[in-house]
Design a protein around this ligand. Sequence first.
Ligand code: XIL
Length: 351
Amino acid sequence: MLKQLFKDSFYIGTMLNDDQVLGDDPNAMRIINEHFNSITAENVMKWDFIHPEQDTYQFQPADRFIALGQKHHLFLVGHTLVWHAQTPDWVFRDKSENFVTRETLLQNMQDHIFTVVGRYKGKVNGWDVVNEAVDDHGQMRKSQWWKILGEDYIQKAFEYAHQADPDAKLYYNDYSLYFPEKRDKVVQLIRNLKSDGVRVDGIGLQGHWGLDYPEKLDEIEDSIIAFSELGVEVMITELDVNVLPLPDKYVGADVSFKFEWQKEYDPYPEHLSNSLQKKLADRYADLFDLFYRHRNKISRVTIWGIHDGQSWLNHWPIEGRTNYPLLFDRAYQPKPAMDAIAKLIEESNAL
Ligand code: XIL
């Protein structure tokens, strides 16, 4: 049981896709009850899903997600409020397709955050308030948020979220945070927010990593330490370990990145060889070894899905591949990585 292994260390979370939220996956529910104590919704709380039009909110799926978490006493993560992707066009453009003014965009942001965070006040334990604001070179991402509002959109998002639920934990979440330039920029951003008195409780490192990248786990370790020195919680969010070849050597997780299917990029359509399965198990063990050594800094580790069949890595960045990035296989059976993690923790505790 993962949650038993880590009960004195950090929350161990997973992600529910839209079908699982809507309740027709009893195998997934069984696994959650056995192994996890925190959940994140894959899509149903994203802006385009929950607030597709200015005057239309679609709350039922998110309500079910919240009810499920409450029923099973799980730490609930709200994902996500302000992001460059999965955000409808009306947020940034008026009916004549012109960009809205700063005032209008701030109003849209405030309405959204007040309504969504307000609805789940006291229920969602922590929010990914801002997702992916920094690019891979350590510059501000040139998103519509940034273009219209400038850098202080981040501060506004955190302030609105704090007003809407003063007790919720508020997080900044991003991928490839082991890149030194990206790490430094996030350190600087969070330090500035904190010195301006803005409440930020934690930083989530999206763990969209692979068998061979990052090349050295010290790169992740340096970020865990740097973020923790800011006095915030560190979380590993969205953990999955890609086993397939990388088109264009792209190691990030930008959802807009797309690549055409070619056979050489989909080498294991039937099953994963024993040697790769072992490599995956070793990789998971090494990652959890790192997390466990830093358990005084890490408050949660969330895996991006329950079983291989549901992983977004079967569709991104190439549609229609067969990937094996998670801890349970397509038949909902635990993979060797589960044993490897358990063995590692038991051995560490015996020392
Ligand atoms: C992904 C989902 O898994 C997919 O279902 C969706 O089509 C695109 O987004 N970073 C994030 C997540 O913060 O929300 C993304 O999730 C993966 C990258």
